[in-house]
Ligand binder design. Sequence first.
Ligand SMILES: Cc1ncc(COP(=O)(O)O)c(C=O)c1O
Length: 367
Amino acid sequence: MTVPFLDLKAQHAEVADEIAQSFARIMANTAFIMGPDCAEFEVEFARFCGVKHCVGVANGTDALEVMLLAAGVGPGHEVILPANTFIATAQAVHRAGARPVLVDVDETHALMDPAQTESRITSKTRALLPVHLYGQTAKMEQFQALAKKHGLLLFEDAAQAQGATRQGQGIGTFGVAAGTSFYPGKNLGCYGDGGAVLTNDPEVARKAGWIRNCGSDRKYNHPVMGFNSRLDTLQAAVLRAKLKRLNDWNEARRKAAARYQQLLVGLPQVKLPGTLEGNVHVWHLFIVRVANRDKVLARLGELGVGAGIHYPTPVHLHDSFKFLGHKRGDFPVSEQLAAEILSLPMFPHITAAQQEETVAALRKALE
Ligand SMILES: Cc1ncc(COP(=O)(O)O)c(C=O)c1O
């Protein structure tokens, strides 16, 4: 590949020394589980997001499940989420014991549609779970209004949006809680799996802290049901080093996105999703829409450009979610996007030359 889809090596080079020192310190102290770096990171990341509490967990899927459980969502409840998302959003709801209820996204932004959300609210609906997809915040003020009107809990899937804001507000501040993921390729990624729950609610934070640690409030005392989903100390140390650079890296992503937008002006066959007014986008992914996507993707690969699809199959068309009883055609925008979207290489250290090469290859692939 001349232009990889994701290159984390340059990112690692910036933090390598700091992380090596932290790892040496942790090895020497042998504080591998819930060591001081975990609590330090939680304080630092909460401050970064402008939220009162952060609870580190083992991955983003668990973060969503733990936040739902901590807020009392479970069997008998319905939780509304978009059909166009990574499967984990729906899986976390199912694992919490609730029923995922899907809605379509709007075509311009590919984000959960508030109008359709309202039409899916029933007497069983307990919560809304919009996803800040591709790096931009969902239409949270509209979901806040819906939650208030119908007496629902509002959550956020913020796996793809660390550092994103809407009207100046950061992730985790719009409703009860947000779950985020530190999978290595995320804007804030660690060196394995990791995740966190963000909340302003001290009770949700306290319960989430118990649930992720086998339901334990103190050693060998288990007031609530839980499981083992602790954030590793070594991962917390990686995240502490990377968090210091996250604003700069998100700014680099914004510059790269602006460069792509300029380079793509001459390619009318390529459609770009819009950025919602009031959003500071963090461009976790740079998505374009093209006809004959699979052919274009294969040709890009031949030309040495790594591209991806996020996501090729909407939630309702996976066998694992057949039990929801949907069929093709139920969420037409999500289905159309799944057929047309292509994610171009995007990472903070991508160079102008790599982006020019990507767009030149895309031009050829579209011929
Ligand atoms: C939107 C969304 N939700 C949830 C997740 C789950 O996170 P993880 O892979 O850390 O479990 C991811 C990332 O993979 C994601 O992109």
